[in-house]
Design a protein around this ligand. Structure first.
Ligand SMILES: [Zn+2]
Length: 155
């Protein structure tokens, strides 16, 4: 197999930086830039190159079994700043008719396990949606070893 038909470009050298963060999010195009910005603000990580991203449909509540990337960050690279997220206002990972509170509750439930799987990390948990024409972001921060409590009426 040859590569004669590939277009090759040169770009500035991309240096390796210390691994410091991990951010999981839905692939949805509307919110990933916002969530990256928020995560960088909260963690004081100046650059997108400071952290891995892990994106798939549904975000954190639908990615609970996808452990390769968070394990690699936490165990192999000792990342201790971990961001997790989901969004409402129609998520393809859940289906368009699934209500925001169902998704946010699923995020909380998944995080009850994630904080225990990665106990030495500081966890930043985000839920973003659209309410009355505005983008609304809710955030929960769990310190290392801290448990997550969801609303009382769930289980
Ligand atoms: Zn989504």
């Amino acid at each position: 197999m040859g590569y004669d038909n590939w277009i090759v470009e040169k770009h500035p050298f991309q240096k390796e930086t210390p691994p410091r963060g991990f951010l999981q999010l839905c692939a949805d195009r509307r919110f990933h830039a916002l969530l990256q910005h928020q995560f960088q603000n909260d963690t004081r990580l100046p650059s997108p190159e400071d952290y891995w991203i892990h994106a798939d449909a549904g975000g954190t509540p639908k990615m609970g079994e996808q452990k390769v990337t968070p394990d690699y960050c936490y165990y192999d690279n000792e990342v201790r700043l971990m961001g997790w997220s989901a969004h409402g206002d129609k998520c393809g990972g859940f289906g368009n008719d699934v209500k925001d509170d169902v998704i946010q509750k699923a995020l909380c439930k998944t995080m009850q396990k994630n904080v225990r799987d990665y106990p030495q990390a500081r966890h930043f948990i985000y839920f973003v949606t659209i309410i009355g024409g505005e983008t609304v972001l809710s955030k929960l921060i769990a310190e290392p070893g801290q448990d997550i409590f969801c609303t009382q009426d769930d289980d």
